[in-house]
Design a protein around this ligand. Sequence first.
Ligand code: HEC
Ligand code: HEC
Length: 289
Amino acid sequence: MAGNPRKDEVSGVDTTGHEWDGIEELNNPLPRWWLWVLYASIIWSVVYWIFMPAWPGISDYTRGTLGYSQRDEVKMELAEVKASRAGLDEKILSSSLEDITKDTNLNQYALAAGKAAFGDNCSACHGSGAQGAKGYPNLNDDHWLWGGSLDDIHYTISYGIRSTHDDTRFNDMTAFLRDEILEKGEISDVAEYVLSLSGTSSDAEAASRGESIFEDNCVACHADGGIGNRELGAPNLSDKLWLFGGDKKTVVQSISYGRKGVMPTWEARLDPVTIKALSIYVHSLGGGE
Ligand code: HEC
Ligand code: HEC
């Protein structure tokens, strides 16, 4: 540091007396615009302290005379969203499934809610794209065990299939071998007949022996020609689509022991709006009738 302040020879401005390696600091006044901005900021901050929440205290903070709070703001926004949703939920509750699908707005809301609920509750069994798996039906196609109308689907989801609900859809295929109704040879023959219905039997003779066994034991549920019966949830056996599998061994297994697939009831677990939304979502997947 140098000693006394002195005038800089080039600019004629006083120096502050600060000097580093021969470079001296000029004592220029602060620019006027800068000072005004500083004063304005000070005034603005005082005004802000008065009107808005500002200073933290030990257990509270200065709230300002306007009473503004971001938390209140968020609360209000949430309440608004809830109110608009409650309106839609109520509409869904009071409208028929058919009417919901005709109202673009409601339908979109139901599809979104249904899709989310499907991911949470159904995809574990039916797959995330509702494509199904062995024993769990594909819900995208137009082959239905129990029916693909909005009301059919709604009923299935509400009460289930072979579920614990009193109103469950129910039908019990006999276990023909275990219950000693048919012998192994007869089961092999009737299995060939079943395969012949979709043109996949390789033993025409056995298949023709199986035909009368089918008529005596199977037609009551699976109908003539094995085309199935939705009233009874009996699958179509002639369409090459299999719930459990269409190779001889699996078909023999189905006939020998029955299957008894269980779809849970959702009536007690999901609210009525969600069940309606799910019905509309499943119906929209491609096979809706
Ligand atoms: C524990 C496994 C499981 C879960 C979870 C499940 N399902 Fe199912 N679902 C089944 C089975 C098994 C069947 C077929 C039952 C049969 O053999 O008739 C079925 C059948 C259905 C059917 C009837 C299909 C037809 O062809 O008629 C619909 C619709 C359906 N499920 C929708 C749903 C929805 C929606 C959910 C979610 C809320 C759901 N399922 C959750 C196992 C399940
Ligand atoms: C009381 C009604 C009933 C009778 C009788 C019946 N079935 Fe079934 N069958 C069903 C039902 C319901 C299913 C659906 C599967 C389940 O139980 O989950 C089924 C499923 C099947 C399947 C599996 C289909 C697939 O897609 O994987 C085959 C194969 C089958 N039945 C063959 C037969 C044959 C052959 C007979 C006669 C020997 C017969 N059924 C008699 C009701 C019946």
